[in-house]
Design a protein around this ligand. Sequence first.
Ligand code: HEC
Ligand code: HEC
Ligand code: HEC
Ligand code: HEC
Length: 404
Amino acid sequence: MTRSAQTLMLALLLATGVGYSSSGTAQSSGAKPGVEDDLRAANASSQDVAEGKRLADATCARCHGAKGISSSKGVPHIAGQRPAYLHLELRAYQTGTRGNTPMEAAVKFLSDDALVKVAAYYASLDPATPSNTKPAPAKPDPVQAGKAAASGCAGCHGEGGISKTGGVPSLIGQDPKFLISAMQAYKSGQRKNDMMKTLLAAVTETEMGNIALYYALQKPAKAATPAAGDKAAGKAAAADCGGCHGDLGVSGSPATPSLAGQDAEYLVDALKAYKSGARSDDTMKSLAAALDEKNMKNIAAYYNSLQPQPPKAKKPLSTAEWVQRCDRCHGVNGNSTDPRLPALAAQRADYMDKVLRSYQKGERKNTSMAAMSTGLSDAEIENLSSYYAQQKARSVVFITQPGK
Ligand code: HEC
Ligand code: HEC
Ligand code: HEC
Ligand code: HEC
């Protein structure tokens, strides 16, 4: 790295406050060490840009559009994109690390010098205008949607899922995956209960997911129902249950329900159902077979007395909350101020949708983007892609420091 490049990079990092890990990009582009700090494209002369234009018109325009504004699905706009980023990606196609056959073919026989110039040319162009396609109607907040879908459940399961009716289970304190599989089992008839089957008949898979998330995020409290048995005797009799249901009745696995604070009458009913085979589960059947009614009541009283805990479930972020995180690297509203980091503002939504999924699957490799994309749901990817496509794109002038 030259002295002037070093000064420039420092100036940029100070100006933008971007915490930038160069090791991440070195891996992403598969480039030689040091190449990620290659800022030649940002330092290009007007003659370089003119030469880059000739190459672009001859080789790239047929796919990327006359002035780097694409009108083809899956082909990105490259006008006004950040210069060092463009150069890095062109190298990644050339070395095969980004693995896209048409792009590989387009750059295969170009010298690195030509890549610098064509990158400088595209970076110098005015960016695309923001997409004005109406955003897909914003997907409702899943927690609110879950609350609405669960409004008919409160009559039996209690407000916020805390049961006030003996024989009806509380729904709080359970991993959402357990609640979903319980609902699916009623719906399919695998878990036999005609009433729950009828109640869930019209509830969709999406609604089940939302309902489960809603209950998982409610503040847990013990069921407001009486317990008849002997807690102390129950604690001793439950010695073998903690291995799966947790020492204090709080399970660590989504397949196993938590029992802490559960309605005692329901716990007894469930154990009887396992014992008789009315509820089928091989493990629970053999365990329940060894218990008589008195033991069941004592165990139920013990678990009922324990404090339920919130399961591992997080409220999903809104698009605005995601954008705050993405903008830390990609600049305000996706207008990157680092020549090595791509701008997202006014980029094609279909293209961003595609690349976010390829980061997620590990097809396009980059440490930062792998981490940022893993947790994104399909709806979040669509919302973010459409958000950035609609932002005004601003080109950035990178001021280089005179060399020494
Ligand atoms: C046959 C059509 C085609 C040609 C010719 C072509 N490209 Fe591409 N280009 C694509 C497609 C498709 C993608 C998206 C590929 C992907 O998802 O990785 C792409 C992606 C890119 C990217 C990555 C942009 C980003 O935001 O990450 C750059 C840079 C690029 N092209 C520059 C060029 C240059 C410079 C040329 C000429 C030397 C060129 N392309 C020629 C089709 C083409
Ligand atoms: C008329 C009363 C009633 C209504 C309304 C009701 N439930 Fe239930 N629910 C029950 C009873 C009783 C059980 C226990 C059934 C059994 O023994 O398997 C149960 C069991 C469940 C379970 C299994 C819990 C566990 O720990 O295994 C889930 C999940 C559930 N209900 C969800 C719902 C949802 C979601 C709604 C609203 C769409 C709903 N229920 C409406 C009475 C009701
Ligand atoms: C080897 C692991 C394991 C052990 C040990 C175990 N359980 Fe379970 N238990 C499960 C699983 C898995 C389920 C869920 C089965 C299903 O889907 O119906 C379950 C379900 C239950 C339920 C139904 C809860 C609900 O919300 O529907 C009760 C009650 C229960 N167990 C009590 C006990 C008691 C009491 C003991 C000790 C005597 C015990 N379990 C020991 C794995 C275990
Ligand atoms: C820690 C920094 C960082 C954060 C935070 C970040 N990104 Fe990135 N992003 C990068 C880097 C570096 C690249 C270029 C990686 C490469 O070479 O493939 C990139 C590339 C992208 C691309 C591909 C751009 C193109 O033109 O091909 C998209 C789309 C993208 N990011 C979207 C997002 C979204 C959406 C978020 C928030 C959920 C996000 N990024 C958060 C660093 C980050």
